[in-house]
Design a protein around this ligand. Structure first.
Ligand code: MG
Length: 277
């Protein structure tokens, strides 16, 4: 793969992702995808998707897992509902992530990723130890499929995430860095966080946001790329500084309106290309 290909986050099932034909039209060569729903994680479906991607000359660089019952309504709801942290749903979701890992293998993709959820901050707590354990379990499984596991940033500070990854201690555990999430969740200045995570960053999102009046308590606001508090030029400069060479994946949840997607994602691509050059 060329260095720093532009990518976009997309959904293969119907959803909020950018349509593949739109991605092709604006010259995008890589995508991260949301894993399809359970019934669609078959060899037959994988083949169909791969054929479509081949037609558009697009490569899948990561498959993201997400779960029924997750809600991003506000920060306390994220704590309660997202990822592998909530105990009530953990074992079912772990099984599902393993299915997603198998499906990703069918898709010839060697990265699975997810929002792990709000990792508790007390290293000595039972919950923290359980989350370390479940992450290890998933890393082992992914490793068996020749894959790495990338954790999306946002819910922790860079320092806490580094500590957590050290505690898990697996060789295939890395970071999908999202600068806007650091702002949305109020967990730290994105550029400093990126430097702190350094070589652990193996994939990244291009997303922009403005800070909340009350960071960490209420959400900041997501805005189109280049209109928020992420300094995109500095972001790319810092990716270079830490030795990152992977895809630059635009993430923007806009409804399925091809014209609006084309316009907004097209602008983002231009901005990235300008800064990248
Ligand atoms: Mg993201």
């Amino acid at each position: 793969m060329e260095k720093w290909p532009v990518g976009v986050f997309t959904s293969i099932d119907a959803g909020l992702g950018v349509d593949l034909s739109v991605a092709k039209e604006i010259g995008i060569s890589t995508v991260q995808i949301h894993a399809p729903h359970q019934g669609n994680r078959t060899a037959e479906h994988a083949e169909k998707i791969l054929a479509r991607l081949a037609e558009f000359e697009i490569t899948v660089t990561a498959v993201f897992g997400g779960f029924e019952g997750e809600s991003y309504a506000d920060i306390p709801t994220v704590v309660q509902t997202v990822g592998l942290v909530p105990p009530e749903t953990r074992s079912r979701r772990l099984t599902e992530m393993k299915e997603i890992s198998d499906f990703s293998k069918l898709m010839d993709c060697d990265v699975i990723a997810l929002h792990l959820g709000f990792v508790p901050h007390q290293q000595q707590s039972e919950l923290y130890k359980e989350v370390v354990e479940v992450t290890r379990d998933l890393c082992h499984y992914a490793n068996g499929n020749g894959q790495a596991l990338h954790l999306e940033t946002g819910q922790e500070t860079a320092e806490a995430l580094n500590q957590f990854i050290d505690d898990v201690g697996e060789q295939n555990l890395f970071v999908n860095f999202d600068p806007a999430n650091m702002i949305l969740y109020g967990t730290g200045q994105p550029i400093e966080a990126l430097r702190a995570l350094g070589a652990r960053v193996k994939s990244c999102h291009f997303k922009d946001a403005n800070w909340s009046d009350n960071p960490g308590e209420t959400w900041g606001t997501e805005v189109p790329l280049g209109e928020g508090a992420v300094d995109i030029q500095k972001y790319i400069d810092t990716l270079k500084e830490i030795g990152y060479e992977g895809p630059l994946t635009i993430e923007r949840e806009i409804p399925e309106q091809p014209e609006r997607q084309k316009q907004e994602i097209g602008q983002a691509v231009k901005l990235i290309e300008r800064c990248r050059s």
